[in-house]
Design a protein around this ligand. Sequence first.
Ligand code: T3D
Length: 268
Amino acid sequence: MANEGVGQEQSIIFAVAGGVATITLNRPAVLNSFNRPMAKALQRVLDEVAADPAVRAVLLTGAGRGFCAGQDLAEAMPQDGPAPAIGDIVRETYNPIVRRLRALEKPVVCAVNGVAAGAGANLALACDLVLAADTASFVEAFSKIGLIPDTGGTFTLPRLVGPQRAAAMMFLAEKVPAADALSLGMVYRVVPAASLLDEARALATRLAAMPTRALGLIKRALNASLSNDLDAQLEVEAELQAEAGESEDYREGVRAFLEKRAPVFVGR
Ligand code: T3D
C-alpha cells in the first residue's frame, strides 16, 4: 500500500500505517537516553514525516519501561577521552529536534510510557498532545547534575504550569507523577499503562483522519501566539484562515455539513 511503510534505524523504530507515523525511541537498557546516533536518527525521521504527505499524524513513544532519560550521561562524560562540548550537544542534537517538532504542521501525540527525565521530559512537552501512562513520571533532572534544563523546557514548562511551579520543578528536580502532571496541565490525559499505546494510537488515527492542513495551521497559529500581541495574532488568524479556506478539506467539510453526511478529509 502506498501509505504503509516500515523502516528501522538502530536506535529509532519507525513505521507508517494508516496515516500515522509511529516513532519509538529504542535504547531500553538505558531508558532510551539519547546518544548522538539516536538524536540524529530522530532528526532524520522527523524530516521524513514532514516530507511525506501520507503521514498525517505522528505518535512518539519509548521502548521498554521508560520513555526517555535525557542525555546519555556515559556519552556526555566518557571515561576514556575528552568530553564533547555540552553547548554543541544541545545545539546539534536537542535544539534541531525541538525545532522540527514545533515546525511540523501535523499533530504529534506523545505516549509517555514511563519515566521522562531531563531532555526526555522536555521532549515530551514539545509535542502537541501528551498522553501519560498512570505509572509514568516527569523529572527536570538537570539540576541534580549541575546543569540547566534544555530541549526547550525553560520555554515550554513555565507556559504550561506557570513560572513558580516551573522553578520548583527545575530547582528541586523531584519526580512529578503522571496524576500531578495532569492536574498541573503538563499532559492532556493519563490512562492505564496497559492501554496507553492503544489509546495513543486511537487518538493519532483520529487526528490523521481530520483536515490535516487545518490542524497544521492551528499549530502554526498557536506557535505564533506565544510571542504575538492580540493585534498581531488577529492578523495571523485572518491570514491562516484564508489559507485554510483554500483547502480541499474545507470545501469537503462544508459540503458534507450541508449534505448532512460525514466528511471524508484527504489532508489537503
Ligand atoms: O551533554 C549534556 O549533558 C547536555 C545535555 C543535557 C540534556 C539532559 O538530558 S541532562 C539530564 C540527563 N538525565 C539525567 O540526569 C537522568 C539520569 N537518570 C536518572 O536519574 C534515573 O535513571 C531515572 C530517574 C530516569 C530513572 O531511575 P530508575 O531507578 O527507574 O532507573 P535506573 O536504575 O536509574 O536506570 C536504569 C538503567 O538506565 C541504569 O543502567 P544499569 O544500572 O541498569 O546498567 C542507568 O544507569 C541507565 N540510565 C538511566 N538514565 C541514564 C542511564 N544511562 C545513561 N544516561 C542516562 N541519562
